[in-house]
Write a protein that binds this ligand. Structure first.
Ligand code: 5GP
Ligand code: ZN
Length: 114
């Protein structure tokens, strides 16, 4: 998946501000943050979206959520509240087709999202 943007981040060939990593995920700051904290949690394995990931490797879906919660703690937004977003499909705003969980917080977040 040499042409996949987030496979390149995982491989270290595209620079990113990495805030946390494990053997299964890499977490890095979004290039266009929508909140004071905006981190993307990306599995090292390529799956195009959340539905494909949970179908192929349900355990990995749990790992991504657990690591998103860990990033929120590390960023100090766990007490004030945060949002984990998995845009799935172009109609939902997905633009990078390597599954990623957005971790957003550090300001009041409205509901429903725009
Ligand atoms: P999506 O719209 O697919 O849910 O989210 C893709 C996210 O990736 C967007 O929030 C966008 O700002 C971010 N993004 C796109 N290209 C890059 C990049 O090269 N580096 C980083 N760190 N984030 C990126
Ligand atoms: Zn990929």
């Amino acid at each position: 998946m040499a042409e996949c943007l987030f496979c390149r981040v995982v491989a270290g060939t595209l620079p990113a501000t990495v805030v946390h990593q494990t053997d299964r995920v890499v977490a890095f700051r979004d290039i266009a943050p929508q909140a004071p904290t905006h981190v993307l949690v990306v599995p090292r394995d390529h799956h195009p979206d959340a539905a494909a990931m949970v179908a192929a490797d349900p355990e990995l879906a749990g790992v991504v959520l657990a690591e998103a919660a860990r990033v929120a703690e590390q960023e100090g937004i766990d007490r004030t509240g945060y949002r984990i977003v998995l845009n799935t499909g172009p109609g939902a705003g997905q633009t990078v087709f390597h599954v990623h969980a957005h971790v957003l917080g550090g300001r009041p977040l409205g509901w429903p999202p725009g």
